[in-house]
Design a protein around this ligand. Sequence first.
Ligand code: DAH
Length: 344
Amino acid sequence: MLPKIASLKALAEAEQISTADSLETYRIKFLSKKGLLNELFDDFKNVPGAEKREVGKALNELKLFLEEKLQVARDSNIGDSANSLDENLDLTLPADVYAIGSRHPLSVVRGKISEIFERIGYTVADGPEIEDDWHNFSALNFPAEHPARDMQDTFFVENPSGDEPFVLRTHTSSVQVRMMETSKPPIRMIMPGRVYRNEAISARAHCFFHQTEGLYIDKAVSFADLKQTLLYFAKELFGNSVNIRLRPSYFPFTEPSFEVDVSCSICGAKGCNVCKYTGWLEILGCGMVDPNVLDNCGIDSKEYTGFAFGMGIERIAQLLYRVPDLRLYSENDLRFLNQFKAES
Ligand code: DAH
């Protein structure tokens, strides 16, 4: 029996395992149920009692040896097609293209707006989305009974200290207040960010959207500066041929206040369904900062004047890319998002 064991070991040692097929052949020949090892175990029954101990030990060692050889071959990934050299592999083929994402259209437009103002000396600033009443309303000259404070429009957030509740900022004008409180004129800033309003979600309204606020405070800033700045902005964004017009309006924090329209670049101001046949598209609100607001924020209104403006980023993106439904911006539909690859 011992010579049989030795010769089977020699046979296994000589076995070359280099392919998936030879690995399987080896396993079947030596280690399967009807393999050579099991044949020897069957013979073991006939070994005389006195020799059983020695033969049994040798058999077990052979078994370990055979199994280890199989495992070593397996570990070296023989038979794994990725590792074996396939003669048909065409190494000149171009590699698979990585599916890279693109920037969100709102980020693209926010970037475009900021860039236009950065070119004329504005810096970009940021503020918190959870605000207190002072920064969102009171400092901005909102009378206590102003409808914008109504539950209809504002999301309130419980204040853990039990004081007056916080709000989710309803506009980026709150960042104006923070900037005026913490910096000294001249202030020339652009403040993009997300805002929240308690509105039913539809194609034209959402409970969150984005705005960009602008603020310029210095000695002798005039209404002419405001108009010229906005004209420059409109031409940079929509093209040199657009015009703007200002319509008187009301905001608590500016006096006088205006809404600004640009001439419709889609129909060349001739009238189309986007501009509702008026030739004009509303893009932002603006005005001269109310002296009360300057004083509220620690800036001497006798020494300084300024202008402010605020626009909806979704609205600008809608006009630039003709997006028909506000909800598209937040649904993560790749068929929509992939269309902005070239803008990234
Ligand atoms: N905060 C206004 C809104 O959300 C937009 C706005 C209007 C901002 C006039 C301004 C401004 O800074 O001067 O509707």
